[in-house]
Design a protein around this ligand. Structure first.
Ligand SMILES: [Zn+2]
Length: 284
């Protein structure tokens, strides 16, 4: 474990350096003194149970906390019932695979509004997630469904929507993607106050469900008026600036898991960790 208590840092997806070799993945994370990995099932969870079990074992052996990014192709408010059904099945499969892989958080995007009003979309998404949770929640062995703040303004996933769905569905916790948040707010996250205000909203509404399961994504980002355009590195000219967030987290004693979604996700994870280490040094 690092010297930052139970703060955890890791990449989204296997580090490129591992060239897909499972043992190398966990070896690289261990050597880099990282503690988390978000398995990328973004194009579908296509693996055998044996493979899932071997991932879980490798993670356990190296003390890496696992999460999973569920397939992008989930659209719980789709106009087509067959698409909604397949979307639910993808989440159910993720819940069934989670304990094999040691996964505790299944990050996903609920989808777009599909031409519906936001409230109509909300009701459909809520019905679907309640159905998924009632059917398969127990398979997850403690794994949560973790809907993510969306980067595009036309996608389901505003702060209010994510908080409400987490209030309404027992098995849901929020994933705060700070890059998406920044894109949605058109760059209006500047200092500690802005970060504190946002965290305060989640904490007031969700309480320990939020503070005990804080799951964050981070990267730099470029955006347009429609929101997210592309992820960028953190240690460059792109916002958001994570230093004020790191300060708030230290002061508040929060213990989030940070997953880097930068193009070189290993480097991004190390950068976030470095910010916290520097703050720790400055205190001494
Ligand atoms: Zn994300």
């Amino acid at each position: 474990m690092n010297n930052l208590g139970t703060l955890k840092f890791g990449p989204a997806g296997y580090p490129a350096e591992a060239k897909g070799n499972l043992e190398r993945v966990f070896q690289i994370l261990s050597e880099a003194d990282l503690d988390a990995l978000e398995y990328a099932a973004v194009y579908g969870l296509r693996m055998s149970e044996e493979k899932a079990i071997s991932i879980g074992k490798a993670a356990k052996k190296t003390n890496i906390t696992m999460s999973m990014h569920a397939p992008y192709y989930i659209s719980l408010a789709s106009k087509r019932e067959d698409v909604r059904e397949r979307s639910r099945e993808r989440l159910i499969k993720a819940l069934k695979f989670a304990p094999l892989m040691g996964v505790k958080r299944i990050v996903f995007h609920a989808g777009g509004y599909s031409g519906r009003s936001p409230i109509e979309a909300y009701r459909l998404i809520l019905d679907s997630l309640q159905e998924v949770w009632n059917t398969a929640g127990h398979h997850g062995n403690g794994a949560f469904l973790a809907p993510e703040i969306a980067g595009k303004l036309k996608a389901f996933g505003s702060v209010e929507e994510i908080i409400r769905i987490c209030e309404d569905v027992e098995g849901c916790i929020p994933t705060i993607d700070w890059a998406h948040m920044y894109a949605r707010r058109q760059g209006e996250i500047e200092g500690k106050e802005d970060y504190a205000k946002i965290l305060g909203i989640f904490e007031d509404r969700l309480g320990e469900k939020f503070t005990k399961n804080m799951h964050f994504h981070a990267s730099g980002i470029i955006y347009t008026k429609a929101g997210e355009k592309a992820h960028r590195p953190l240690d460059g000219k792109w916002g958001p600036d994570l230093l004020p967030l790191a300060e708030i987290i230290r002061e508040g004693g929060y213990k989030p898991t940070f997953i880097s979604e930068t193009p070189d996700s290993l480097r991004g994870a190390l950068y976030i960790k470095y910010l916290f280490e520097e703050l720790e040094k400055a205190k001494q």
